[in-house]
Design a binder for this molecule. Structure first.
Ligand SMILES: [Zn+2]
Ligand SMILES: [Zn+2]
Ligand SMILES: [Zn+2]
Ligand SMILES: [Zn+2]
Length: 266
């Protein structure tokens, strides 16, 4: 190992920093004026100094306000991502209400594309036969029509591609093009925007009949009773089993493979 050079002694700092006429005066270095400075000049310099200090303080305050606002906005965004606002959707062609539980979303692939999404289809929308691959990824979709006027208003993701299936997903497989529907923000009893967490899990907003059986998924009385047309013939709320079929394609109790044609409303 080569011997290290002896460290060169650092240059000793000067005892005193050279006087700097530009630096603002401090308690240790009070304002001094060159010989021959008149009173008027001295006052003018003093006033200019005060004005500069005021301006610096004003800028600092403005910056602090801006930072505070940005922090509040970020908090609000995080909140609305976790608990989005709820929209009703009506068909743009005939005004039939198509959903009372929709979110405003933009596609990950194309942020410019505005859509609405829902997790439970209403009885007023209909799938159009014929599966195809969507343009933006490998998801398999079929078109969705307004049940009243047949206008195509969106699509149903029948089989998500693996990147979409693995990514953070809001669990909504029914999507509506913003140009084919009219979205209206829902308000709660206090006239505040209604949040997703206020919606019933099974999608039914009426009070349940008292002695209904309990749904194995949501553990509340079964609403819009729907039977699985498979060997098990299990029964659930329509919303609960509809969502299971979209997300996993299986009966949640015994893992039997299911598709939508095997759901019977009873
Ligand atoms: Zn319509
Ligand atoms: Zn996909
Ligand atoms: Zn249920
Ligand atoms: Zn089953």
């Amino acid at each position: 190992m080569p011997a290290e050079d002896p460290p060169t002694p650092a240059e000793a700092p000067p005892d005193e920093a050279p006087p700097d006429d530009e630096a603002p005066p401090t308690a240790e270095r009070p304002v001094t004026f060159a010989q021959g400075t008149s009173w008027t000049q001295a006052v003018a310099m003093f006033e200019a100094n005060v004005a500069r200090t005021r301006e610096a303080l004003r800028q600092r305050e403005a910056l602090l306000d801006e930072l505070e606002e940005a922090a509040e906005d970020a908090e609000e965004d995080a909140f609305s991502d976790a608990d989005p606002e709820v929209y009703t959707l009506a068909c743009a062609a005939c005004e039939r209400q198509l959903s009372r539980r929709a979110q405003s979303v933009s596609l990950v692939a194309e942020a410019a594309t505005k859509l609405y999404s829902t997790d439970i289809p209403s009885a007023d929308i209909r799938e159009v036969a014929g599966e195809r691959t969507i343009d933006t990824c490998e998801c398999r979709i079929c078109s969705v029509q307004c049940g009243a006027c047949d206008a195509v208003c969106g699509y149903h993701v029948v089989r998500p591609c693996s990147p979409c299936g693995q990514s953070e997903h809001n669990g909504h497989f029914w999507l509506f093009h913003a140009e084919n529907v009219v979205g209206t923000q829902r308000l709660d009893a206090e006239d505040e925007p209604m949040r997703w967490s206020a919606l019933p899990y099974n999608g039914v907003e009426e009070a349940p009949a008292e002695e209904a059986d309990l749904c194995p998924v949501c553990a509340a009385p079964i609403m819009e009773r729907t039977r699985v047309l498979a060997a098990c013939r299990h029964e659930f709320c329509f919303g609960c089993i509809s969502r299971e079929v979209d997300a996993r394609g299986r009966c949640p109790l015994d893992r039997l493979r299911l598709d939508r044609s095997m759901l019977e409303r009873i």
